[in-house]
Design a protein around this ligand. Sequence first.
Ligand code: ADP
Ligand code: MG
Length: 234
Amino acid sequence: LQSLSLSTTYSENIAKMVSSITHEVRNPLTSVSGFLQLIKQTNDIALIHQYTDIALGELTRANDLITDFLTLSKSQSNEITPLSINELLINLYPVFKSEANLKDINLIADFCADKALCTVNRQHLTQIFVNIVKNAFEATETNLLSRQKEVRITTTVCKESLVIMIKDSGCGMSKTQLSNLFTPLQTTKKNGTGMGLYVCKQLIEKYAGTVNVESTVNKGTTIFFHFPIYVKVN
Ligand code: ADP
Ligand code: MG
């Protein structure tokens, strides 16, 4: 009886998930179809460009949503190996730096020398930091009040954990926004999916990590991650 009720709950959850995926992916597709109709009806080159950009943005959003949902469905079956998260970040840094330069953001990194290993999946950890740094850049770009556009990445070892801090000088968040931060499909961005942080949280918890967020409106946001160290290498 118990397994029957468990499997009912499971299939109910799957049904809910499928319905939300369908709904969320259909929205941008409907919007693309609307803008294609508008393009068909006009000869105004400026309008055609404007509508094409919106349609392309909506297609990117649909694609991002599918990527996020796929990560969730695959998160049970990936290879977990001892990895230096510090080195992973050092390797990702040039990619972040060139993105920051394009956006006129001053990216500052302060990586510790520690090579402590954590048991994690490389792709998942990459996805977490790409998502978080992307959010930090987007928030910093939209904060017109900040004098200095700055994002800072710091790593340290504290007790038995590797601590990663990502601090931005972005638009920040209100208390209400903060309390809904990891709820799926919550976004304040025109082309946002609202899935990035939800996926991050699932992945962080999968590796026994924690994430904490501090934020002040118009000043910025700081995100702290702790991942338990599996082997110390010095
Ligand atoms: P998306 O980026 O697609 O909107 P996320 O799950 O990555 O989805 O983020 C959800 C929301 O959380 C964002 O829309 C934004 O409102 C808020 N947020 C996330 N990171 C930051 C940040 N560094 N500064 C300010 N707001 C943020
Ligand atoms: Mg995001």
